[in-house]
Design a binder for this molecule. Structure first.
Ligand SMILES: O=C(O)CCC(=O)C(=O)O
Ligand SMILES: [Fe+2]
Length: 251
């Protein structure tokens, strides 16, 4: 899209259903972000929602609607299998837990002259339930495992599935949300597309009763998802700082 066509969509207003923004001017703890992004609402698809998406390029609206439906279907299948795997009712995640407006982040990391002083995205866990991520064919995603950052190598045509904070909370810690970050590189631009399956804003969330027992008491208190969204912003996406608001201290 030429710059002048992008301009009307540039905004930091998070309530907009389609917007373009840059986080290159934002820094935290000396590490600078190196990312432009497109954030949009992509599901449920309705005429009203599609009307907020750009009409050009010509195939954009139909391609996005189709991609969005397919990713949504994939996510629902995965949630069903996860529920069954945990011994929960197959429909456990259907309904309000995964029924919020689905958001898509299209992240663009331009080549960076000095990747040692930037990160595309700082370490974070995703705030919602489940992420379906495509990282294209340029490596850059890292996941934290036992204190070390591991590179998640791109596999052609494959999606990466990330559990968000809500998955960790409803499973009482059994399916932990993985901390991840995105590196930049000096040679080529990198793009990733993350589709985020969200609870409804007024969904009541807490550890599922089936995941709690005397030997395994609840690790998190109950809350309404809207409250989590606010805490996530206050804690600037830091994993431990945000979970601190909801953790029940064990004695
Ligand atoms: O660029 C990536 O691979 C990661 C994107 C990501 O973590 C996000 O959008 O939340
Ligand atoms: Fe993420």
């Amino acid at each position: 899209m030429p710059a002048e066509e992008k301009l009307p969509y540039c905004s930091d207003d998070q309530s907009k259903p389609f917007r373009v923004a840059s986080s290159t001017s934002y820094d935290r703890n000396q590490t600078r972000y190196w990312r432009d992004y497109l954030k949009l609402r992509c599901h449920p698809v309705s005429d009203e929602l599609v009307g907020h998406w750009p009409a050009r390029p010509e195939s954009f609206r139909t391609s996005l609607a189709e991609f969005s439906e397919q990713v949504h279907e994939l996510a629902q299948t995965l949630l069903l299998l996860i529920a069954e795997g945990l011994g929960l009712d197959g429909g456990f995640f259907a309904g309000d837990l995964s029924g919020g407006d689905t958001q898509m982040n299209v992240n663009y990391y331009p080549p960076c002259p000095d990747p040692s002083v930037t990160l595309g995205l700082l370490p974070h866990c995703d705030r919602h339930l489940l992420t379906v991520l495509s990282q294209g064919d340029v490596a850059g995603l890292q996941a934290r495992y036992r204190g070390r950052w591991l590179l998640v190598r791109p596999v052609p045509g494959a999606f990466i599935i990330n559990f968000g904070h809500q998955m960790e909370i409803v499973t009482n810690g059994v399916l932990a949300s993985v901390e991840h970050r995105a590196l930049t590189n000096s040679a080529v631009a990198r793009m990733s597309v993350a589709t985020l399956i969200m609870p409804k804003m007024d969904c009541l969330i807490g550890p599922a009763p089936e995941m709690v027992s005397e030997a395994n008491p609840p690790k998190f208190r109950e809350f309404v998802f809207r409250e989590f969204m606010a805490a996530y912003d206050t804690a600037a996406a830091s994993r431990e700082d945000v979970l601190e608001y909801f953790r029940i201290q064990q004695h």
